[in-house]
Ligand binder design. Structure first.
Ligand code: UDP
Length: 380
């Protein structure tokens, strides 16, 4: 039996803790904040009774059978399909870009094949291998759609020119030549009926797991444990000694109203005139519940300072250089494994986080069964 210390009580460590606890090990999870579930945290709003995604919208979606079966063991999932609306140039469109968006935007009545051919003509064929967000957009959807839906939003969201960002960020969003306006392409999608925090609470509800909220990590804690899983920011483990990695943080302005404020869970504001990126109306995430009042979060993105909650790893050129140095440092650590969005400095979705946490747990259990040492490892 080993003693593990898990720093951070988000999805990564909840899953690792559960798996290792079920394998007979003793788990101590510490969390600096006063709640479980990290930035997936959900809580009932006192005024309206609505289940609120406190750190912005989270929709669970995956293609991975093991991940889907696993989360369904710990929470009842209700069917939910995310359909996003986008305001651009004084009109409301549907996202991701689909045939309706294309027809509305260009004032046409294309069928799927005509739409496909038209968008192919919009694209810039001179870009063979898109190397950044902007080139990816210009190659596949052309300048007009890029300007209308992506340029302004992305500048607000990331605080830089889209050409400084990796193409992978845009690849998160599909382009469709039919009227399917599901935001995601995955086979499974849903919302935990009692929220993500309850899901995480169920994961850590095991006799071998103890959880301490409002508890920050201190180096002395390492002395009494066999191994640590760190889901805080990678650079924070090293006390930022090689400089700070860039993150974006979010601010939310709360709006309450009677009835239905915007008729949809998420409405994006793509034009630069709006200082916010999107408005989330949380009650639409739980369509099986009835609420007379409504609560919305208007979302603003800004650079993450030392005291702010990090949300999005930026991975700009300067970050990548620094990241390489931190990764090298991480690989020489023997007592700590870095996990999750912050621990590995990658833009991970919840399902990938869960999947990787299951894989890490498998490797740890295998290593222990084979009497091998647990060494740090890092995903790039
Ligand atoms: N994006 C955009 N306009 C939109 C929606 C998304 O430009 O209306 C870009 C933006 O750069 C964003 C990225 O696509 O950061 C990924 O969007 P997603 O909805 O996946 O972001 P998340 O919900 O993770 O913040």
């Amino acid at each position: 039996m080993k003693q593990f210390l898990l720093v951070g009580a988000g999805f990564s460590n909840a899953v690792i803790g559960r798996q290792l606890a079920e394998a007979g090990h003793r788990i101590r999870i510490i969390e600096r904040r006063d709640h479980l579930a990290g930035n997936c945290h959900t809580e009932r709003d006192q005024q309206t009774g609505v289940m609120v995604h406190q750190y912005g919208p989270h929709i669970f979606h995956t293609d991975d059978q093991r991940t889907w079966d696993y989360v369904n063991r710990f929470a009842k999932f209700k069917p939910y399909v995310n359909r996003v609306k986008a305001v651009s140039g004084g009109q409301v469109y549907s996202l991701p870009i689909n045939l309706h968006t294309i027809n509305q935007f260009f004032g046409r009545t294309f069928n799927p094949e005509q739409g496909r051919q038209f968008i192919a003509q919009q694209g810039d064929p001179s870009i063979e291998h898109p190397e950044n967000f902007e080139q990816q957009a210009l190659k596949f959807i052309g300048a007009d759609l890029y300007q209308a839906f992506f340029y302004g939003y992305t500048k607000k969201q990331w605080g830089c020119e889209p050409r400084e960002l990796p193409a992978s960020i845009l690849k998160r969003l599909p382009v469709r030549f039919n009227y399917d306006d599901n935001y995601f392409n995955h086979r499974y999608q849903g919302m935990p009926a009692e929220g993500y925090t309850q899901l995480v609470a169920n994961l850590v509800d095991h006799p071998n797991i103890e959880v301490h909220l409002n508890t920050a990590y201190e180096p002395a804690m390492a002395e009494t444990v066999d191994h640590i899983f760190w889901s805080g920011p990678l650079d924070a483990w090293f006390n930022h000694r090689l400089g700070r990695l860039g993150y974006r943080t979010l601010d939310f302005e709360r709006i309450t109203a009677k009835g239905d404020y915007q008729g949809n869970a998420v409405v994006n504001y793509c034009d630069p005139e709006f200082p916010y990126t999107r408005i989330t109306e949380h009650k639409h995430f739980s369509p099986w519940e009835q609420h007379e009042d409504t609560v919305c979060y208007q979302e603003y993105s800004r650079e993450c300072g030392p005291e702010d909650v990090p949300y999005y790893p930026k991975r700009l050129a300067a970050d990548k250089q620094r990241l390489d140095d931190y990764v090298q440092a991480a690989q020489t650590e023997t007592q700590v494994t870095f996990v999750g969005r912050l621990g590995t400095y990658r833009y991970l979705d919840m399902d990938v986080t869960v999947r990787e946490a299951l894989e890490v747990s498998d490797q740890v259990i295998d290593a222990l069964n084979n009497h091998q040492s647990l060494r740090a490892f890092y995903h790039q």
